[in-house]
Design a protein around this ligand. Structure first.
Ligand SMILES: NC(=O)c1ccc[n+]([C@@H]2O[C@H](COP(=O)([O-])OP(=O)(O)OC[C@H]3O[C@@H](n4cnc5c(N)ncnc54)[C@H](OP(=O)(O)O)[C@@H]3O)[C@@H](O)[C@H]2O)c1
Length: 283
């Protein structure tokens, strides 16, 4: 029951009605008997400043931030953690008495997902895409000590932009390739492949993946950040090649788990988040 003592958390974005974060956080609050609630806030462009001032003055304890506010929200924060500062985007805000701090748990979510099956340290990682998700994951993967990163993107200039940003901020080994032959070559000795493009996402489930089974090897770990469907075309190809697969649900779960930990100081059981998410995604 919501009482005068209940702490308020939430997510702000536009759109926000399809967010899967409310069921994950609310189920966890309820199972752990924590007197808190997590609410969706539909905040349109132009209302971000008033939303942040309002959240602070109404005693909201924490917010997730999604499209289109992940970068713009930085202006209304007092400080940023290392990853958020490097990435230049925030998906989690913690409101303390004297400080409003921004974090980015997207990249960490992907790393934790991958670390369910393998370590990232000293590995060669190939990433497909150079957009927002690729950016967060690339910085985090390199912060975690990946040996090298290859960025493959349809618009080559965007891959170069991301590479230059990474190389300008971190002492790292980053390469860019176009889709096709060069990508195929890089995959021969890669350890981890991460797709951050929306290819294969519902309703385009039959869209041909950028990488097919013949371009993979059995020692590869393949993570698709697309979570609907649970097994994308890319993951089907990976399974055919004998590679290990990680569904996009894992990144979604772990970015939420990390936000929960930042807000409450409690390491929540991952299986509660997983169960709550699967209840929403399974037909
Ligand atoms: N599991 C999770 O927790 C999680 C978290 C965040 C995002 N996601 C998913 O990740 C995906 C990307 O999100 P984002 O925010 O990074 O998007 P974004 O910033 O728009 O970037 C999309 C990237 O995909 C590439 N791309 C799009 N369509 C393509 C196509 N037909 N062929 C080749 N490349 C294509 C784009 O290439 P160009 O540069 O050439 O346009 C760009 O690099 C979405 O499906 C989103 O739902 C999942």
């Amino acid at each position: 029951m919501i009482t005068g003592k209940t702490s308020i958390f939430g997510i702000m974005g536009d759109p926000v009605e399809h967010s899967l974060s409310p069921p994950m956080h609310n189920t966890t609050f309820s199972k752990l008997a924590i007197d808190s609630v997590y609410v969706p806030f539909h905040v349109k462009k132009g209302y971000l400043q008033s939303a942040m001032v309002g959240a602070r003055s109404m005693g909201i304890k924490g917010l997730n931030v999604t499209i289109p506010h992940k970068t713009a929200v930085i202006e209304y924060l007092d400080s940023l953690d290392t990853a958020a500062k490097l990435i230049g985007a925030v998906n989690t805000v913690k409101f303390d008495e004297n400080e409003v701090k921004g974090y980015n748990t997207d990249g960490l979510g992907a790393v934790k997902a991958i670390e369910e099956v393998t370590t990232v340290k000293n590995k060669k990682v190939v990433i497909l895409g150079a957009g927002g998700a690729a950016r967060a994951i690339s910085f985090q993967i390199l912060l975690e000590g990946a040996e090298s990163l290859v960025i493959a993107n349809r618009t080559f200039e965007k891959a170069i932009e991301l590479k230059e940003d990474l190389a300008g901020k971190l002492d790292v080994n980053v390469k860019t390739v176009t889709l096709g032959f060069d990508l195929e070559n890089e995959l021969k000795n890669a350890d981890i492949l991460i797709n951050t493009t929306p290819i294969g996402m519902y309703p385009n489930v039959n869209q041909k993946p950028l990488v097919t089974a013949d371009m993979m090897h059995g020692g590869l770990v393949v993570n698709d950040v697309v979570y609907n469907p649970l097994e994308t075309g890319l993951l089907k190809e990976a399974r055919k090649a004998g590679a290990q697969t990680i569904s996009g649900t894992k990144m979604l779960i772990y970015q939420g788990v990390e936000a929960f930990r930042i807000w409450t100081g409690i390491e929540p059981p991952v299986d509660i988040f997983e169960m709550a998410l699967m209840n929403e995604l399974r037909p």
